[in-house]
Design a protein around this ligand. Structure first.
Ligand SMILES: [Fe+2]
Ligand SMILES: [Fe+2]
Length: 241
């Protein structure tokens, strides 16, 4: 084979470095959107009606913040961190329709609301991350989806329980109410993502966590692997996974 191709490539001008792509949307924009805000409020009312833990603005904002932190700590660019953050904020809006399939429903609702404002390529990323956040039928299909999964599943805390004055907690309430602290630690050097939980074992035993969280933890493990990290779980300082 002649060296023609080689010589040709040597004389070609190097392509200029790609310009950083400005984010098409960010958290501030969706937080200021009246329609999307009404969806979050409506979704939380449905969840309250079903007897579920808090799924409103607190959960949305925290999930957005953690998703942003996960992606930025792992060195992802501004576009990726913003899209993951926005998807984290909006991930549970589908609950305003029904708990069943709320990821997929939410993805379509967000697509409908933002389709005239966000380019299709970015909107597709947001929709896929929203649609894939639950363990029943979700997969870490992208860095943004992986970050939303990890952020969502790490929000385990007693402040989410609506019935703190009652003794008749169900297992979800007990597990959440027993959680005194939860923190998702990202170590970009060690490539580990650790969910650190402090629980009051007088309220809920560690076994109850596994009963509730086994599926969620498996999804978190896959999400961490999609980010080229290892997932770890510690409860009261003891490493369990
Ligand atoms: Fe959800
Ligand atoms: Fe959620």
């Amino acid at each position: 084979m002649s060296g023609t191709g080689h010589r040709a490539s040597e004389t070609q001008e190097a392509a200029p470095p790609a310009e950083p792509v400005a984010p098409s949307i960010n958290l501030e924009v969706v937080q200021a959107d009246a329609e999307l805000s009404s969806y979050i409020a409506a979704a939380d009312r449905v969840m309250e009606g079903l007897g579920y833990t808090e799924h409103g603005f607190r959960h949305a904002t925290l999930t957005a913040s953690i998703a942003f932190q996960v992606l930025s700590r792992l060195g992802f660019d501004e576009r990726t961190t913003n899209l993951g953050c926005v998807a984290g904020y909006l991930h549970d809006v589908g609950n305003m329709v029904s708990r069943e399939m709320h990821g997929q429903t939410g993805g379509l609702l967000v697509h409908h609301t933002l389709r005239d404002r966000v380019p299709g390529s970015d909107l597709a990323v947001i929709v896929a991350a929203i649609a894939n956040h639950e363990e029943e039928n979700g997969y870490a299909v992208s860095p943004e989806a992986a970050a939303v999964i990890l952020a969502d599943k790490s929000d385990v805390h007693r402040s989410r329980v609506r019935k703190s004055g009652q003794i008749e907690f169900d297992i979800h309430d007990r597990v959440n109410f027993a959680a005194e602290q939860s923190f998702l630690r990202v170590d970009s050097d060690a490539r580990t993502i650790t969910l650190e939980l402090s629980i009051d074992t007088g309220i809920s035993q560690v076994m109850e966590y596994f009963e509730i969280f086994l599926g969620r933890m498996q999804l978190c493990r896959h999400a961490a692997e999609a980010l080229d990290c290892r997932f770890k779980l510690t409860i009261n300082g003891a490493e369990l996974a």
